[in-house]
Design a protein around this ligand. Structure first.
Ligand SMILES: Nc1nc2c(ncn2[C@@H]2O[C@H](COP(=O)(O)OP(=O)(O)OP(=O)(O)O)[C@@H](O)[C@H]2O)c(=O)[nH]1
Length: 119
C-alpha cells in the first residue's frame, strides 16, 4: 500500500489481516527524505506497531529504501526511530536496508517474513 496521507487511513483495515499469521507488514521508509519527515515516520510507525501489538501477533519488516541514493546506518536510524530488532508483545520486528530499483536487499525481507512464520 502507498504511504500518502489519504491512503494511510485505510492501513488499519489491512493490518487486521495480519492477525492469525496471515501475513506481515513491510514498512518502507525513503531514506532520502527521512530527516525532514522523521517525526511523521516515527508517529506512523508507532501507530502501526500499536495496532499489531494490540492484536498480540504479527511481523513487521522496517525497510530503509533508496540506499543507492544515500547510504545510512541501519542501527542509527533504528535508534532514532526508537525501535530494535526482536519480539515485543508478540510482534516481531526486523530492520533492513534496500534499493528496490537495484533489487538489493529485497529478497532478504521476504525471506525473513516467510521463514520467521514457520517457526
Ligand atoms: N534511486 C532509487 N529510486 C527509487 C527506489 N525505489 C523507488 N524509487 C523511485 O522513486 C520514485 C518514487 O517512488 P516511491 O518513493 O516509491 O513512491 P512513493 O513512496 O509512493 O512516493 P512519495 O509518497 O511521494 O514518497 C519512483 O521514480 C521510483 O522509481 C530506490 O530504491 N532507489
Amino acid at each position: 500500500m502507498g504511504g500518502c496521507e489519504g491512503v494511510r487511513e485505510a492501513w488499519g483495515d489491512y493490518l487486521a489481516l495480519v492477525e492469525g499469521g496471515k501475513g506481515g507488514v513491510i514498512f518502507m521508509i525513503d531514506v532520502t527524505t527521512i530527516e525532514d519527515r522523521e517525526g511523521e515516520v516515527k508517529e506512523e510507525l508507532e501507530g502501526v506497531l500499536e495496532t499489531l501489538r494490540d492484536s498480540g501477533e504479527g511481523q513487521i519488516a522496517v525497510v530503509l529504501n533508496k540506499v543507492d541514493r544515500r547510504d545510512v546506518s541501519l542501527t542509527e536510524v533504528m535508534e532514532t526511530l526508537g525501535i530494535e530488532d526482536g519480539e515485543e508483545e508478540g510482534v516481531e520486528l526486523k530492520g533492513f536496508k534496500s534499493s528496490v530499483i537495484n533489487g538489493v536487499g529485497v529478497e532478504e525481507v521476504f525471506q525473513w517474513l516467510g521463514s520467521s512464520r514457520e517457526t
